[in-house]
Design a protein around this ligand. Structure first.
Ligand code: TMP
Ligand code: MG
Ligand code: ZN
Length: 194
């Protein structure tokens, strides 16, 4: 399906904001805080997450600190164009799990005057860019990179290490499977894993 990029509503374009960083860096926490404030201002908000992320609850996004907010699970990113029609702020959590079409979908939604907030992992557990995140970061008006605390040396963690031997890129999990590490601890662990 091809999307028409036009500002039909003659409203100012919305902004696209990306919040990225390793696991346990507070991305979902930050989305929840932005959305809760928008709700207090009585803005029309809508939150989406990929259906495949069934951690905690399928109808909420939940941070590692157990803060939560209702969210709509979607299988295909194109679904959110219709679902965002009445909103003036939308948020998409776990953006790394959607295919590249997320880029044109976000541009289309922003062109109707709606602000778009995306949260996702910039890197996978091998240290490679994750899904459409690099493209989303390149079109974003604003990028925030958050850091966790390195599990081994307590410095700023930018990487996520997978503790199991499974190399597949997508695997839902928590502290049972993943840990946040700084670049130096990550490289050390990866080389001792080879
Ligand atoms: P979080 O960023 O909200 O903590 O969640 C990241 C989710 O992504 C979590 O379910 C684990 C999953 N994940 C992968 O599927 N592949 C990866 O390489 C990494 C690092 C995480
Ligand atoms: Mg999260
Ligand atoms: Zn470290």
């Amino acid at each position: 399906m091809s999307l028409k990029l036009q500002n039909k509503h003659h409203k100012p374009y919305g902004k696209i904001e990306v919040i990225c960083g390793s696991m346990f860096s507070g991305k979902t926490e930050m989305v929840i805080s932005i959305i809760k404030k928008a709700k207090i201002r009585r803005e029309k908000v809508k939150i989406f997450k990929p259906k495949l992320d069934n951690r905690y609850d399928s109808l909420k996004i939940v941070s590692h600190n157990k803060n939560e907010i209702p969210a709509t699970p979607v299988e295909n990113i194109i679904e959110i164009v219709q679902l965002s029609k009445q909103a003036n702020i939308i948020a998409i959590d776990e953006a790394q799990f959607f295919n590249d079409q997320i880029v044109e979908v976000c541009i289309e939604i922003a062109s109707s005057g709606c602000n778009v907030i995306l949260a996702g992992l910039d890197l996978d557990h091998l240290g490679n860019p994750f899904g459409a995140m690099p493209r989303l970061m390149s079109i974003a008006d604003k990028i925030t990179k958050l850091h966790a605390i390195c599990d081994l040396c307590s410095s700023e963690a930018s990487h996520t290490f997978k503790k199991t031997n499974d190399k597949k890129q997508i695997e839902i999990g928590e502290k049972d499977k993943y840990q946040a590490l700084c670049r130096s601890c990550f490289n050390l662990k990866m080389s001792s894993n080879e």
